[in-house]
Design a protein around this ligand. Sequence first.
Ligand SMILES: Cc1cc2nc3c(=O)[nH]c(=O)nc-3n(C[C@H](O)[C@H](O)[C@H](O)COP(=O)(O)O)c2cc1C
Length: 182
Amino acid sequence: MKTLILNGSPRINGDTNSLIRHITSKKLDEYKIVNAYRCDISPCVDCRYCWKNKGCSINDEMQAVYQYIQKCDNILIASPLYFSELTGKLLDVGSRLQTYFCARFFRNEEPIAKSKKGAVILVGGGDGHIDKAYDTACTLLHHMNCHNIHEAVYSHSTNIIPAINDEHTLMGLNSIYDFFIN
Ligand SMILES: Cc1cc2nc3c(=O)[nH]c(=O)nc-3n(C[C@H](O)[C@H](O)[C@H](O)COP(=O)(O)O)c2cc1C
């Protein structure tokens, strides 16, 4: 079982990373993590190469991510809330999924043969709502051919209690794991 994890946090020992470590160390066998703040992935510049051609004209680390997307079984998006959204760097990575939209819309092709399961983990200090970020994450998951998506798992009081100590969130991680393997 292969899982792609898109990590939207800049903090190595932050809340998002602690939850990712929890689920990977105990639960997932094979996975690839893309750290939005540390990877060599540029944002889409709307060059429109993919209006007519397969793939993406930008030759960076995203090329390996495209390959992993083809073969993986699950995709997990994990991010802090920034102004009730996914972080900007994660959206930069997400913009590179435009090639999949263009394949379907302009070229009438299905770019990803295998359908996948998806899940979203969000953390926030306690301000605003998670709905917008979850919606955006679901849009990115749809682009990657995930239509079976787990409900949002979140920890939304990290100013008071670290996500890794949030019982409700840890139960949510177990639920994501069960969802992925069944
Ligand atoms: C620029 C910025 C914007 C933020 N916006 C929100 C927000 O809208 N809602 C919220 O609950 N927390 C917000 N936070 C707090 C973070 O989401 C919170 O501290 C989170 O636990 C950090 O996750 P991390 O440690 O995984 O990076 C914001 C933090 C920053 C730096």
